[in-house]
Design a protein around this ligand. Structure first.
Ligand code: SAM
Length: 260
């Protein structure tokens, strides 16, 4: 993980934002993913999908359900190195409690339509967490140690991923890039996004592409230009407004498509 801070650290002292002292190991549900990424489940049919980073999201576990008919779904995260699900359980509980405590101090920054209250939010995140952890336990029981082809939860540390070129049709990345702007610098964003693009044959979606104060990072246009030139212009970008707006103003998703 890059330790170099990005620009404008003043935001850390800004009471208008939720400030976290670390990247929290929490996660959202499948339906939250659909809303964050402007997706409908039928669009996933037959696709190979990577969720990076997956955290304690139940997206992978829920997407496996036969009704959605995905070809493959993989989650990866820095913390999946840990085979002992109990250690991940403790870390997940600790981070969920910490996030809820911090958010409880600034409730007015949020729209209370998706979740009706802090306890409703806690329940949604905790449901995702419980579903994830039992699926992770199963994955570690069934898969062969050290053989990533037998796992659906794979240890990976951006900006490097342990997958071949164009392994996935769709790569989803939520609540790490851009949002934790103060913990990751420009180079981390450039290298990570190029890596997400490398492992997809078609598309990457990143939510949000804004900082916690709902602005875009200063380097945003330069970043897209640099990605474009590194990809020999064989790429297109689109910023889409999504229906998932929990943190007020945070509703922009970056879609990156590889040209045929
Ligand atoms: C806030 S969670 C987001 C999880 C999920 N995508 C969601 O939206 O609910 C951020 C995750 O990023 C992981 N993470 C932090 N740095 C990473 C890196 N360099 N490579 C891979 N994962 C990383 C953390 O372990 C954490 O689980």
């Amino acid at each position: 993980m890059s330790s170099r801070p990005a620009e404008d650290n003043d935001i850390l002292n800004d009471p208008r934002v939720l400030n976290l002292d670390r990247v929290v190991f929490i996660g959202r549900t499948f339906s939250e993913y659909m809303a964050m990424f402007n997706l409908h489940p039928f669009q996933l049919k037959g696709l190979s999908v990577l969720d990076c980073p997956s955290g304690t999201s139940s997206f992978v576990a829920e997407a496996l359900s036969s009704q959605y008919q995905l070809k493959k779904v993989i989650g990866c995260d820095l913390l999946y190195k840990e085979d002992d699900a109990n250690k991940l359980r403790n870390r997940g509980k600790e981070d969920l409690d910490y996030m809820i405590k911090q958010l409880s101090q600034v409730p007015d920054l949020y729209n209370w339509k998706i979740y009706s209250s802090i306890s409703d939010l806690y329940e949604a995140r905790n449901n995702a967490f419980k579903r994830f952890i039992s699926d992770y336990e199963l994955d570690r029981l069934i898969g062969r140690k050290g053989d990533i082809t037998t796992h659906r939860y794979i240890h990976a540390v951006l900006p490097k991923l342990p997958f071949g070129n164009a392994t996935f049709d769709l790569v989803l990345s939520s609540n790490l890039l851009f949002y934790y702007h103060n913990m990751f610098d420009y180079d981390f964003h450039l290298d990570s996004i190029l890596e997400l693009i490398r492992v997809t044959s078609k598309e990457v979606r990143i939510f949000p592409c804004q900082k916690p104060d709902a602005t875009f990072p200063d380097y945003f246009d330069k970043l897209l230009d640099d990605i474009n030139s590194r990809m020999n212009n064989n790429i297109s970008f689109q910023i889409e407004k999504v229906s998932h707006e929990f943190r007020r103003g945070i509703n922009k998703m970056l879609r990156i498509n590889k040209k045929e």
